[in-house]
Design a protein around this ligand. Structure first.
Ligand SMILES: [Zn+2]
Length: 321
């Protein structure tokens, strides 16, 4: 005679017949508020020392991000053997970190965030600029989008085109990492369908995010509006043209690559040592990452014709008399 426990467990093991999960259901199961809060807490901890450019702390953060890329099963994106893209010839400079998830369709989609922040204050009890919102939130959002893409791919619903996940360095020092990327791009700039750049996504009004891309970023904004029909966040669109060159989407927009910035209003802890994980709205970061994931996977299946990829200005300069 088998035990009652066996009968119960055998009954429970019968698979339930149910409809396949939608892309949004897979994304919501993959990107959770608790997980993103825990990741932001690690990346903005005092041990990371503010992750300031050209410091051992930025290197520590780089190694942390690389281990996350590995854990997600992503592929080296800078070279065959490395995530690291040098941003200049100074060996002390920290690299950009580039991971990929290969697709078969044409073009590329970039999800990005900068991982550097600021030097410690010279005095005071708390001197470390933790940068929980700026920009551990964006980096962890980027990593969560990657997690959702892997989960979708495992169900045969992954992105059609190749995804690039990029942690830029040197943003606070003048967009150095993203400038280096567009100067020596890993993929042709004309084949980039869109750039989703997250820089501060965990403060402000609940379920509300600012998205700025101007006229060049319009195709990405359209994809986000469509995806948001199923999500229902409050999108504050193109209210801050002054932000367009304030983060790593700027160098892409200058090269006519459709790109947008996800951000929140500058807050009382912006660039202060009090930008700590205890202050963040992890739900806002999680939902913003869900929106990016859904928009990106939908965008990856749209028709795409590469743009002319050259440095000629769109309008020929007037001939001098
Ligand atoms: Zn920032």
């Amino acid at each position: 005679m088998i035990t009652l426990a066996f009968i119960v467990s055998a009954t429970l093991a019968i698979p339930q017949q149910s409809a396949p999960a939608t892309a949004l259901e897979v994304i919501r199961a993959s990107i959770t508020t608790d997980a993103i809060r825990a990741s932001i807490a690690e990346l903005s901890s005092d041990e990371m020392g503010g992750r300031f450019f050209r410091s051992p702390f930025a290197e520590k953060a780089a190694k942390w991000i690389e281990s996350r890329f590995d854990g997600l099963g992503l592929t080296h994106g800078a070279t065959k053997d490395s995530y690291r893209q040098a941003i200049d010839s100074n060996v002390e400079s920290g690299p950009n970190l580039v991971a990929t998830l290969a697709g078969t369709g044409p073009g590329y989609i970039i999800v990005s965030a900068h991982y550097d922040h600021l030097r410690p204050k010279r005095s005071g009890d708390d001197r470390i600029h933790n940068g929980a919102d700026d920009n551990a939130s964006g980096v962890c959002g980027m990593l969560e989008v990657a997690r959702a893409m892997k989960a979708l791919a495992a169900k045969g619903q992954g992105p059609s085109c190749t995804m690039l996940f990029i942690a830029f360095n040197g943003e606070e020092a003048g967009l150095l990492g993203s400038r280096a990327f567009v100067k020596s791009p890993i993929v042709p700039l004309g084949e980039i369908r869109g750039v989703f750049n997250m820089d501060m996504i965990s403060r402000g009004a609940p379920r509300e995010i600012f998205i700025d891309g101007g006229s060049v970023g319009a195709p990405v904004v359209e994809a986000l509006k469509r995806a948001n029909e199923a999500i229902g966040m409050k999108l504050r669109l193109n209210e801050h043209p002054d932000w367009l060159d304030r983060s790593d989407q700027g160098p892409f927009l200058a090269k006519k690559v459709p790109a947008v910035l996800f951000s929140v209003e500058d807050h009382e802890d912006y660039h202060k040592v009090s930008d700590e994980v205890s202050k963040i709205d992890a739900g806002l970061a999680a939902e913003t990452a869900q929106l990016v994931a859904l928009a990106a996977v939908q965008m990856s299946t749209c028709d795409f014709t590469p743009r002319a990829d050259d440095d000629k200005p769109a309008v020929a300069p007037a001939v001098k008399p």
